[in-house]
Design a protein around this ligand. Sequence first.
Ligand code: 3H9
Length: 686
Amino acid sequence: MTVTIARENAIAVVTVDNPPVNALSQALRQALVEAVAELDADATVKAVVLICAGRTFIAGADVSEFGKPPQPPHLPDVVARIEAAKKPWVAAIHGSALGGGLEVALGCAYRVAIASASLGLPEVKLGIIPGAGGTVRLPRLIGPAAAVDLVTGGSPVGARKAEGLGLIDAVLDGDLRAGAIAFAGDVAEKPLPQPISSREVPPVEAGFWESAEKAVAAKARREIAPLRALASVRKASETDFDDAMAFERETFLDLRGSKQAAALRHVFFAERAAPRPPELAGVTPRDTRSAAVIGGGTMGAGIAAALRDAGLPVVLIERDAAAVERGLANVRAIYEGSVKRGRMTQAVADERMASVTGGDDYGLLADTDLVIEAVFEDLAVKRAVFEKLSSVCRPDAVLATNTSYLDPNAISEGVSHPERFLGLHFFSPAHIMKLLEIVPTETTALDVLATGFALVRLLGKIPVRAGICDGFIGNRILKVTRAQAERLLLSGATPSAVDAAMRAFGLPMGPFEAQDLGGLDIAAFQRKAARARGETPFAPVAERLCAIERFGQKSSGGWYDYQPGDRAPQPSEAVAAIIAEEAAGQPQRVWNEADIADAILLPMVNEATRILEERVALRAADIDLVKIHGYGFPRWRGGPMHYAEARGLSEVVAVLDRLASDGLADPPCAGLRRAAEAGSFSALAK
Ligand code: 3H9
């Protein structure tokens, strides 16, 4: 039963109960239409409250139905039926009224909400536009300017702001059901308000649409939905209701079947699956009420700020008083930056900083629940840290390393109670980047792994479980991408051509610009360590750049030249000469953008497939999340694995085979050939 009807004197209360988020499944749409008919026919009912059970008001259309043909009753008709009801319907909102949920509320004569509720039309984030009158009713209710912001940005607004915009009629304190029933009792006495669909759209100033288009296009970059959403609001403002509804519906159905919408839906479900690995079902995490970070460098300070932002008091440990001061200053600088950018008030920054304390005495950690080590990437140094932690921390305290390429199994040797040890790999800047790789060792207990996942949820980040190998998931793929980018240089491409091709694909930056920004020295250091382990990393040009101290922007030259005070990359003759020397004797070819993108991306997919086969990643979708949230892979492409599947794995294999026969990439691995035969990476799931 998705809808039940109760009577409170002359007020009917329609309760939607469709867990987890009251999404508008076919059954719910049908039940709502039947409820309107039943209550219209009931002369004892004077007004209706529409309220939801569970954690939220209706959170939207059922996204899982989007891959299938739409089933009647269609949502626009459901909303129209509610709007045409003979009694006033009052939407009583808690949690979130999103997408189709807000559209249903716009069909109601009135909307009330509790203060913590939020309302919005997030459809553009799924690559679509509202499809049940959102773009048509909203400008009629709150005016085109506010409607454009809500529809093209996709971010929800809180109840108070919604009240200010005229989106809702009242913010209710106390019990929502009782408040809404009282509100409905009052409005039952009044004549029905004019339905939103028959109201006029307020006029806009000359040039409004042109400047909105510029602003939306600049923000959306290559995403198509925001501009189509804008066009729909504009249409709604310039034509009659029925025409505008037809235009909206056509756009909605067109986008629903688009590649971008499929990619964004894939990411939506991947993000919801990642925090819940099946092995942790029913496992209770340990309590985390206090945290400490060892090491106050850029990474440690970022982690400390992230923990503090999540509400945990943090102790920062450094080796001496001067280093403690520097570490705390690094955390303070993060908060000062947030204040400067208007993300935080000074008072909030001060309050946060007040519960970040520092010291050089490990004894301060005797009762800390969680300690994250973020010291220099050196096995001996890290082991020394964990030896001290083993002797001072409670035996049930969770101990984590933030190593990015050392072996957590090796770091954990000698840790007392090694079942409480795990890797938590943050990405820099740690207080901003959403990705966290969670790396259990051979001895990590399940409840400790669950604590890692619970922590990441508390931090508001995206957790991906990664197995142990050099670079885990993200940096292992990055290594292959960088080597591949150099291979292209030796076969006739230039750094600017490679970077431009990757930007054209949708990345914010190409591989060479990114290295110049982050500094070439870090990768050089890692290659040195790899050589010490007997490996032979491929980076002939990067090695030569480092040998002449071209470390990137920080040394005013790397893959590109930079003018003082200017970050714009300029092609470098010195680099071109080095590339020419290294390329001597190698076959050269002419590269176009599409071929460059293939030669970078498909080897990435090949390595990712090995990662999947080795169970370093549990799901192809987890790899997509790593690339999207850790490396700027365009969300609307769905990540490299989704991109490869959508393009066709057989074609991916064929292109890789061609590249391999020209000596420009490794051949497809056995797993990729198997997945291609099956048409999906799910064939590799064991
Ligand atoms: C739309 O409405 C189009 C219309 O304009 C036009 C129609 C014609 N559908 O996020 P959580 C599942 S487009 C299906 O962890 P929270 C989710 O997969 C839609 N399932 O919870 C997960 O399942 P599981 C516009 C959905 O409390 C579970 O619910 N609406 C949907 O952290 C819990 O999710 C949106 O884009 C859905 N719409 O946050 C809203 N939503 O447990 C998207 C969630 O099996 N949803 N699920 O893994 C959200 O933003 C959050 O879920 C919400 C709750 C804020 C509501």
